[in-house]
Write a protein that binds this ligand. Structure first.
Ligand code: UDP
Length: 366
């Protein structure tokens, strides 16, 4: 089986490649402009890497050849960093719609099944958040179900929604190609996947504002306060990257059940407020380092305008309904939040723990 994987070297791609290359019958042609997360796979005999982006006519010709020769297209290419949605809206729209649109067209032209990675952010905010008093006592007003839940976003001036709307339009393009031209597809909406190699640690691996867990871990390792945006009341359901990859693999393994559907990939059992997540990260650092002083690591509140700039608006809550996914994919996420935090914090602790000078580990977990 031959897979074409644009965006193969990001967080999700690195784990997907590891899993699929472990199967003897799989060959992968990956496209990506950067490779640091897949350095350990670069010599793999069944991985062909095109170290470039899909930009310009020459790249397009090569990409079309690769696509014509593959059995599946798994599109993981995206910019997904909330701090860029309102500060670099053009880049966000181009990367998440214009670049992706060519891939959809080619998949339809060559009749290749397309697994397209979208985002849980296409749902926007919950119905509850727009009702007086914010009533969260009725799950129908906040649980997100791929077949029935409406998608609700703020005004255009709140540019936080550039990402969600670009991704939503691409989903609609995929679906339109399915309806009008017979494109076979699976659209995956990830709900806060966490694990080793996620994003980059600010101040250590790059500059800027990656997603929340990378921010919190970076803050602890840099001995900066953990910052809670707008009090840390927003809720997310956290999903282990390994549970997520299980679902992606199931889509490929069960095409007769999986194709032509939308998938919420998340773990409703792992719902947590950002405030509780900050406490969970402190506990995970204490566990992996053996040093209880991490339980006291400072946590500070910050306003979203100061943190993200103008045009930011938060998703209030994302509780995922996965009943259809469980049935179609015979899939069940099972890694609890503390497991995800220990694995992720443990990975970064082993890599960068020596940066936390005043807290020498008593017994580091191997
Ligand atoms: N957040 C926070 N501190 C940070 C980074 C993010 O409190 O240092 C909050 C953010 O405002 C949002 C939640 O954490 O409520 C999740 O943000 P993330 O960047 O992971 O992306 P999202 O889930 O919103 O796509």
């Amino acid at each position: 089986m031959k897979l074409l994987v644009p965006g193969c070297a990001g967080f999700i791609g690195s784990h997907f490649l590891e899993r699929m290359l472990a199967r003897e019958a799989v060959e992968i042609v990956g496209w990506d402009g950067q490779t640091d997360k897949i350095e350990h796979l670069l010599d793999h005999p069944r991985l062909t890497l095109r170290r470039r982006l899909l930009k310009g006519p020459e790249a397009f010709v090569q990409f079309e050849k690769d696509l014509a020769a593959c059995d599946w297209v798994v599109n993981l290419a995206a910019i997904c960093n909330p701090s860029q949605y309102n500060t670099e809206p053009l880049r966000t729209i181009y990367a998440n719609f214009i670049d992706g649109y060519q891939i959809v067209e080619l998949a339809a032209k060559y009749k290749k099944p397309l697994i397209h990675y979208s985002t849980s952010e296409v749902y926007g905010r919950t119905l509850s958040s727009y009702l007086p008093g914010q009533p969260y006592d009725n799950p129908e007003l906040y649980v997100l179900d791929a077949a029935t839940t409406p998608m609700i976003m703020g005004p255009v001036q709140n540019q936080r929604w550039t990402y969600a709307t670009a991704k939503q339009l691409l989903e609609r393009l995929v679906y339109a190609y399915h309806k009008e031209a017979g494109l076979r597809f699976a659209i995956v909406r990830p709900f806060n996947f966490f694990g080793p190699r996620m994003d980059y640690l600010p101040g250590i691996e790059g500059e800027g504002k990656p997603r929340v867990l990378a921010m919190f871990v970076g803050a602890v390792l840099n001995d900066d306060p953990i910052l809670l945006v707008d009090g840390g009341h927003a809720m997310r359901t956290i999903t282990s990257i390994h549970d997520a990859i299980d679902a992606l693999v199931a889509i490929i393994d069960r095409p007769e059940h999986s194709l032509d559907h939308f998938y919420n990939i998340g773990n409703p059992a792992n719902e947590v407020s950002m405030r509780d997540l900050a406490h969970g990260v402190r506990r995970a650092f204490a566990r992996v380092s053996g040093d209880d002083r991490y339980l006291e690591h400072p946590i500070q509140e910050i306003g979203s305008k100061e943190f993200y700039g103008d045009g930011y608006e938060d998703c209030d809550r994302r509780v995922v309904d996965i009943s259809a996914e469980q049935e179609r994919l015979a899939w069940q996420p099972h890694r609890p939040l503390d497991h995800v935090l220990d694995e992720t914090v443990g990975y970064y602790w082993r890599k960068y723990g020596q940066r936390a000078p005043q807290r020498q580990p008593a017994t580091a977990v191997g």
